[in-house]
Design a protein around this ligand. Structure first.
Ligand code: MG
Length: 268
């Protein structure tokens, strides 16, 4: 190859590299606005905001619940809940100690009220008498918007698949730590949940996210939920709006109890 041929190949290569996919020569973007350079503040007041003023919340309002929270269960009754299968009154057992216990094979229960983005506080206790193994030991679940399960399970000396263990987003996200208290004692989940968004065609435009503290330990860190959490199959993303908070009756005599359930509604 002589010098002239080599030069032509180099020129052609440059021209190809400088064109966009419509075959036009790419143009350098033209700066239409002058760059605004913020001057480094010299007065502390320049970086102080006084609006908007956040609302005041008493963190230990009535009965230790935040003053702006919606109490879903405080041990007095099950009036805020219905059975998922038919909307009938809840058959789960209301205990004298202010808790409720799953009534085996009565079915899942869910709140009458529907939610999207929430801060959720919920306490649960595995049974110290039921000693089945794997997924059958004190299995229940907290379902955000009726379809995204945070696993409840007694994993103490009881291994199972890690994306189905206590604190997992079931079959999706392994918890960052195993933070359960001893079997038979009360666990606490504090959950920050942001609902997914869908466009008018029904396509998901924003994934739900979830952050979970289990007994004060971070176990899910702003995880993007992939979709529903089925036992068999891949996550699904059918569009939905506000939906209930659901608690699972796993149907194997789990003996799981719940108490002190409240939510604070959040903005997305
Ligand atoms: Mg479960």
């Amino acid at each position: 190859m002589n010098i002239r041929e080599t030069t032509l190949i180099v020129l052609a290569t440059c021209l190809f590299a400088c064109t966009n996919n419509k075959g036009k020569v790419a143009e350098e973007p033209i700066e239409t606005k002058p760059k605004v350079e913020l001057k480094e503040p010299t007065d502390p007041k320049e970086t102080e905001l006084y609006k908007p003023v956040p609302p005041t919340v008493n963190p230990t309002g009535q009965h230790g619940v935040p003053s702006d929270a919606i109490v879903l269960f405080n041990g007095e009754n099950l009036d805020n809940w219905v059975h998922t299968k038919d909307g009938s009154p809840v058959q789960w057992v209301l205990n004298d100690d202010g808790s409720m216990t799953v009534k085996d094979k009565s079915g899942d229960i869910q709140t009458k009220q529907k939610f999207d983005c929430i801060q959720l506080h919920i306490e649960w206790r595995s049974s110290s008498e039921k000693r089945a193994s794997g997924q059958n030991r004190s299995n229940s679940g907290v379902f955000l918007q009726e379809r995204y399960e945070v696993q409840v399970l007694d994993n103490n000396d009881n291994d199972t698949y890690v994306n189905g263990q206590v604190g997992s987003i079931y079959k999706q996200s392994i918890p960052l730590a195993k933070a359960s208290v001893p079997t038979g004692e009360w666990n606490v989940y504090d959950i920050i949940y942001h609902a997914p968004e869908f466009n008018s065609e029904g396509d998901k435009t924003k994934s739900a996210t979830i952050t979970i503290l289990h007994n004060g330990i971070l176990i899910q860190d702003h995880y993007e939920i992939k979709g529903t959490t089925p036992y068999i199959g891949w996550p699904k993303n059918n569009p939905h709006g506000k939906a209930a908070l659901k608690l699972q009756d796993h149907g194997d005599n789990s003996g799981v109890s719940y108490r002190n359930i409240w939510v604070r509604e959040l903005k997305n």
